[in-house]
Ligand binder design. Structure first.
Ligand code: HSE
Length: 335
């Protein structure tokens, strides 16, 4: 029985709870996956726990009604969960790219306590991935991060498992849903501010959307691509980065006049002894495979030795879509 402690219950945390609740029977029948959500820690909705498992439907009803979780369990904190009341922590607090807190502290403490961690939080990945991977190894647990790239669309697990044995030479793609959504809406005639507001309302954007539009989110994803796909640790400042906030309708029209579309492209490739990582808007001819990837959809093309190019296309952001990434990591632990 998986005893799940959820830390951070915003868009993604609720997405996970919704899937767990809707699929409880199915998860048990198809995968032998049984679970109790023993606690939820969230500074805004309240932190509650029950060793026998919280009533997830009641948590979702409270969230839908804009109510606090107070009264749906005993008051708890992360320490309560780490004293043997959780064997996996799902960490989904907002990404903070400055110092990665509080997510980094949560993940360090959970791994040190011998809990597996599944997380969508990009701050700790950006600032401390090698440290956290080493800590997980030392404690004999796993730190799984499928959701930091392409939300629930398989990317990290795809490369690690389905492409095992191939050398990955470079990876190029669209890795930020918000900016791709904004560029698509601008092509349709919307203005930048309205398109950004729409992306926020749909739950695609970061809590601080500057991270999306200035290319920081994509730069962190390029870091992850370099680390996980090419085995090269980079700092976020090693990624050459340009976002989309300077682009105007005139830039979109100029690209269109050339038979092109503007896309924010992240790329990592081997270069000499190291890896070069870039994020920048590029004008792609309409015939380019990434030119037709619209809205919050993301795509990655892996250039490999045995298979040539392998491209994966799918959602890159969203509540349930990112909740699915946490679920797939939970099911991997279960296997
Ligand atoms: N803000 C991110 C995006 C969320 O728009 O892609 C998914 O990482």
């Amino acid at each position: 029985m998986w005893k799940i402690g959820l830390v951070g219950c915003g868009n993604v945390g609720l997405g996970l709870l919704r899937i767990l609740e809707a699929k409880r029977g199915d998860l048990e029948n198809r995968y032998g996956f049984t679970y109790a959500v023993t606690g939820v820690v969230d500074p805004f909705r309240g932190s509650v726990g029950d060793e026998r498992g919280l009533d997830v439907a009641a948590l979702l009803a409270a969230a839908d009604g804009g109510k606090s979780f107070r009264g749906l369990g005993d008051p708890i904190d992360l320490d309560w969960l780490l004293e043997g009341r959780a064997n996996v922590i799902a960490e989904a607090t907002p990404t903070n790219l400055v110092d990665a807190m509080p997510g980094l502290d949560h993940i360090r403490r959970a791994l040190a306590a011998g809990c597996h961690v599944v997380s969508t939080n990009k701050g700790p990945v950006s600032l401390a991935l090698p440290e956290l991977q080493a800590l997980a190894r030392e404690r004999g647990v796993q730190y799984r991060i499928e959701g930091v790239l392409l939300s629930g669309t398989p990317a990290i697990n795809l490369a690690g498992e389905a492409l095992a044995g191939c050398d990955i030479l470079s990876v190029q793609g669209i890795v930020n849903g918000t900016t791709n959504f904004i560029l698509t809406r601008m092509e349709e005639g919307a203005d930048y501010g309205a398109a950004l507001a729409e992306a926020q309302a749909l739950g695609y954007a970061e809590t601080d959307p500057t991270a999306d539009v200035e290319g920081w989110d994509a730069a962190v994803k390029a870091q992850v691509m370099a680390n996980v796909f090419l085995g090269q640790s980079l700092a976020v400042d090693d990624v050459e980065r340009l976002g989309i906030s300077h682009l105007t309708g005139a830039d979109i029209d100029a690209a269109r006049a050339k038979g092109c579309r503007l896309k924010l492209i992240a790329e990592v490739e081997r270069s000499g002894e190291g890896v070069r990582a870039t994020v920048a808007p590029r004008e792609l001819p309409l015939s380019h495979p990434l030119a037709g990837v619209s809205g919050a959809i993301n795509a990655l093309t892996f250039r490999t030795d045995h298979l040539g190019d392998v491209t994966i296309v799918g959602p890159g952001a969203g509540r349930v879509e990112t909740g699915q990434a946490l679920l797939v990591d939970l099911l991997a632990l279960n296997r």
